[in-house]
Design a protein around this ligand. Structure first.
Ligand code: GDG
Length: 724
């Protein structure tokens, strides 16, 4: 029975040493809850670090044994590994880089070495459990290399990856000396999920900048594999939080806390200690708010919970000091005997206490400078059973993309934050309820369970796509079959695309003339009277006709606009409409003016805009823009806009390689069919070929062709074996 293996840096459990005993506490994290429905089933398992350094074999053995009953499998890290891999590369290199705090990024070879080593350690743990048919779901920035490492263990495994923190713009990501290795690790997955569209877009842009691989609707072809990236905002366990808000213990706590605080309006903030959370900026805004709004003194307090985290790291220790000073300053400056402006706690609380805080708060102020998602704001909303309360949310948190009914602020804009506090504290109740209601409906629908199923659906979707488009490698046994079918046959038809299939790509298309080797191949292939060889290309007829005129060869040019049989003139398949030509040419000219490096190839009945030599990124931007313009103006005409390999082609829609090839095959009776091509337009040819045909795609494995080879040299080798 195939199983699902979840891998994250931390296991969903806390283990504490008490004397010589180990105490196991279940984790309350959202991820643990959401994935509980998966890893607790059958043989499914969660692999991760149990959260403490263990060196004694006996202890390791006991922990492993204990966790096995909970469907968990531990990866043990030494103190040095925790220091270099977790605190080091993960939290001092990747974390600041991905959150745009590059002034804090540590670039250190030894930390990178540890990161690789520990990812490999996780891979080994996966290897022990991984069987054919299993699904692997890897989580977060500590394990970016794991997807590819797992791919190398068992190539066909379904591998999903989710990034819980932002994926930064290429301008940040490129600073990492190990950026290629990191991307290569990630793209080992079949499906990569991100919290927001921006994260997904940044990831795809880094892929395109570093590898030249472009995407179509989030799909990229990595080697021979189709990989999907998508935005999939993580939800919370809504029922758990709304349920907790009505538990007797929560209500008791609320009464107790309220009695101590008196009748003030509460502004709640909850974060882990981190420079990405914008805690000092928030305190400055609150100070300014009190300064400018004296009538709120004694009427409003901030309840600030900071959960201890990484405070042995100097950056975090400094931040802690800064927060302590600011809180002291505000309380010293504005506090009264009967009123404390900021109630500050540097510790964590049980869930019921948190729930009571959410219930009591009039305002939740969630103002990170950068946050992948932020779950606290979602939990606040779910806890508001009476729908009264206001959320102020930073536009830098992933959650702001979903919760547009919050008061959205820029956490660097103190004036705006002050205004937002005022607006929130004076918002009419009816408006609070209306907005809260909308946000609650959305969070109920996109809860953690929906997120988990959607992730699995997307992963299955891309695996199916891969399977549909999966060509098989052209291995020696297929070659043997092809050669023997060829020998047995007496009337053969062979369709060959030209650029990318018989010759490599040249930045100047006119430089692709047949060389000596190709001439030799064509000569021998066409001199066998049993062979009908058809060059089927998107090229203009003039050059193509000139280049192969020495052979008894049929030519289909401009994707099927023109054809020519040996010793005959060029002919049309049908009457051609050219009324659109000059209008579209003028548009392309305008794009050439605006896009250095691009140029137009004019064919008789089609136009091609080439952008191979345009600056990476700019070419893609212009392409999107140009395509949407062209599609708009071509809607009433029989015009097709086609994207090829760094080209956009405009032509009559009834003309394509498929219709041309089909017509060709009808003209004779054949007992051997073969078609080779590399471009998206060759897919039309592959689709019309009979079942028995040998269809061969050059390059990607995603194709309607049956087999694939790596490059045009492989095709030449194959043709040479045929003729010899
Ligand atoms: C990452 C990304 C993304 C906090 N204090 C206490 C407590 N908490 C709980 C909250 C919430 C969780 O911790 C914090 O969640 P966040 O989403 O804010 O942030 P991270 O866990 O740091 O992590 C983040 C997330 O992954 C999910 O993808 O949203 O952007 O950085 O659930 O309630 N829980 C208890 N006591 C506390 O004192 N029991």
């Amino acid at each position: 029975m195939p199983k699902t293996i979840i891998v994250s840096n931390r296991l969903p459990i806390k283990i504490k040493r008490e004397g010589n005993k180990m105490v196991y506490l279940p984790s309350e994290g959202g991820l643990a809850t959401g994935l509980g429905s998966i890893y607790k089933e059958g043989d499914n398992v969660w692999i991760g670090w149990p959260g403490l350094a263990v060196t004694k074999t006996k202890e390791k053995h006991d922990i492993t044994h204990h966790l096995k009953a909970e469907n968990m499998s531990p990866v043990f890290l030494s103190a040095q590994e925790i220091h270099d891999f977790y605190e080091g590369f993960s939290n001092e290199t990747l974390w600041p880089n991905f959150h745009y705090f590059n002034q804090y990024t540590v670039y250190d070879e030894t930390l990178w070495a540890a990161y690789q080593k520990v990812n490999m350690k996780f891979a080994k743990a996966v290897e022990k459990l991984l069987e054919d048919g299993d699904t692997l779901w890897v989580h977060d920035y500590q394990l970016l290399l794991l997807p590819q490492m797992a791919r190398e263990i068992k190539e066909n495994t379904s591998i999903g990856f989710f990034l819980h923190i932002p994926f930064p713009s290429y301008e940040s990501f490129r600073l990492l000396p190990w950026r290629r290795e990191l991307l290569n690790g990630m793209t080992g997955a079949d499906f990569l999920g991100f919290h927001t569209y921006d994260d997904m877009r940044h990831f795809l842009s880094s892929v395109s900048r570093l590898t030249g691989i472009g995407n179509t609707n989030g799909q990229i072809t990595v080697g021979n594999r189709l990989v999907l990236a998508d935005a999939l905002p993580m939800g919370i366990d809504y029922d758990k939080y709304s349920g907790c808000a009505s538990l007797p213990d929560t209500l008791d706590r609320e009464v107790r806390y309220r009695t101590s605080l008196g009748e003030v309006k509460l502004i709640l903030t909850i974060d882990r200690l981190d420079y990405s959370k914008g805690i000092p900026q928030r305190l400055l805004a609150f100070e300014r708010f009190l300064e400018e709004n004296e009538h709120f003194l004694e009427k409003v307090s901030m309840l600030m919970i900071v959960v201890p985290s990484r405070d042995t790291v100097p950056k975090y220790a400094q931040l802690k000091q800064e927060i302590d000073l600011l809180v002291g300053r505000v309380n010293g400056r504005f506090g009264r005997m009967n009123w404390t402006p900021i109630h500050y706690f540097y510790r964590s609380f049980p869930l019921n206490a948190l729930s009571a805080f959410y219930r009591m708060a009039h305002v939740a102020l969630v103002s990170p400078l950068r946050d992948g998602m932020n779950l606290v704001c979602k939990e606040f909303i779910a806890s508001k059973l009476d729908k009264k309360g206001v959320l102020i949310l930073s536009e830098m948190a992933g959650a702001s993309k979903e919760l547009s009914d919050a008061i959205i602020i820029n956490p660097h804009d103190i004036i705006q934050m002050v205004a937002a506090l005022k607006e929130a504290l004076t918002m009419p109740e009816a408006e609070q309820k209306r907005k809260m209601g909308i946000m609650q409906d959305s969070l109920k629908r996109y809860n953690i369970h929906a997120w988990v199923s959607l992730f699995m659906e997307r992963l299955e979707f891309i695996k199916k796509e891969q399977a549909n488009l999966q060509t098989k490698p052209f291995d020696p046994s297929v070659k043997e079959r092809l050669l023997s079918a060829y020998r047995r046959a007496t009337k053969r038809i062979i369709f060959l695309d030209y650029d990318g299939t018989l010759v490599g790509f040249n930045s100047n298309p006119d430089d692709s003339k047949p060389d000596k080797e190709l001439k030799g191949i064509l000569k021998k292939l066409t001199s066998d009277s049993g062979n009908k060889v058809v060059i089927i290309s998107g090229r203009g007829r003039a050059t193509l006709g000139e280049w192969v005129k020495a052979y008894t060869i049929d030519i289909i040019a401009e994707h099927g606009v023109w054809y020519k049989k040996p010793n005959e003139e060029w002919k049309h398949f049908r009457e051609m409409d050219t009324s659109w030509y000059s209008e579209f040419l003028a548009i392309l000219e305008m794009y050439v003016d605006r896009t250095p490096g691009s140029f137009i190839e004019k064919k008789d009945y089609s136009l091609v805009w080439h952008y191979r030599k345009v600056e990476t990124g700019l070419g893609e931007v212009r392409t999107r823009e140009l395509i949407s313009l062209l599609k708009y103006i071509s809607s009433e005409k029989h015009i097709q806009i086609m994207e090829g390999n760094k080209v956009i082609e405009i032509k009559n829609s009834y003309v394509n390689k498929g219709t041309a090839a089909a017509e060709w095959m009808q003209q004779g009776k054949y007992d051997f069919y073969m078609a080779c091509g590399d471009d998206i337009t060759d897919e039309d040819t592959f689709r019309v070929m009979p079942e028995s045909a040998f269809t061969i795609k050059i390059g990607s494995s995603s194709s309607a062709a049956s087999y694939r080879v790596k490059n045009h040299e492989d095709i030449r080798k194959l043709l040479k074996s045929i003729i010899n």
